[in-house]
Design a protein around this ligand. Structure first.
Ligand SMILES: [Zn+2]
Length: 118
């Protein structure tokens, strides 16, 4: 799994994470105003366009699940946008993931981000 050198960072990050109030998606609305972008019609259209482009197929190479119920699909940002509108709205930065793959990759990414360069 992870490198041994990453362990202290990950362990020290855990209590903070538990203490911070978060919504079910694991994000804080106040700290992340870009969350509102997900409610825009522009995003909903872009999301569906991404699913159509990817043929409703999870883009994880070892998954490739075809899911016709869009409630079970996630329009994922390949590169974390961190509130950058250029990355957020770039269709080339979007991919279709099934929910299980999305939850798995996002958790791994956020863990990497948290233990990244201090
Ligand atoms: Zn998948």
């Amino acid at each position: 799994m992870g490198k041994l050198s990453a362990m202290p960072g990950r362990l020290s990050a855990m209590p903070q994470r538990l203490a911070r109030p978060r919504d079910p998606d694991g994000h804080s609305a106040e700290a992340e105003p870009w969350r509102a972008w997900y409610n825009l019609k522009r995003w909903k259209l872009l999301r569906i366009a991404t699913f159509v482009r990817d043929l409703f197929t999870c883009q994880m190479p070892d998954c490739r699940r075809i899911e016709t119920d869009t409630a079970l699909l996630v329009c994922d940002h390949v590169e974390r946008h961190n509130g950058d509108p250029r990355l957020f709205w770039d269709e080339r930065n979007l991919q279709t993931l099934c929910k299980p793959c999305h939850d798995k990759t996002k958790q791994a990414q956020e863990r990497r981000a948290r233990v990244g360069p201090a």
